[in-house]
Design a protein around this ligand. Sequence first.
Ligand SMILES: [Zn+2]
Length: 127
Amino acid sequence: MKLLTATDSSQGFRDNDFDWCVEGELVHIGAVCDRDGDDPDGGCGCGRAFAGLNSHRATTTAMVREVPGFTDADYVEAIRSSLEQQGCDPTFAEHEAALLRCLVRDWPVGAVVERRLNEIVVRRVVV
Ligand SMILES: [Zn+2]
């Protein structure tokens, strides 16, 4: 299935890009803190970042990748255990997984996306 993963592709496109994730790890779209609230270019950076499910770090660039053998149930479990590890409410995992699947559905494999608060837009497509 197609999944949203961390990438360093197109890092530097924006001055305030950063990538602390492990290349290729699954990412999700975390909550934005009060500090960055309505500013995707805020000092914290969470308004423009994706959160790595394994590293619990953040990146401003994510890539749609085909991950063979991965199922819907695997995806929910990956998100659930990550939320749990971070002390977050894991009951949103199923909802989040559905949201992320929906998000990447119409994008091709290799699409590099960025986040502007609640909006996720394609930067470019790597073929
Ligand atoms: Zn923040």
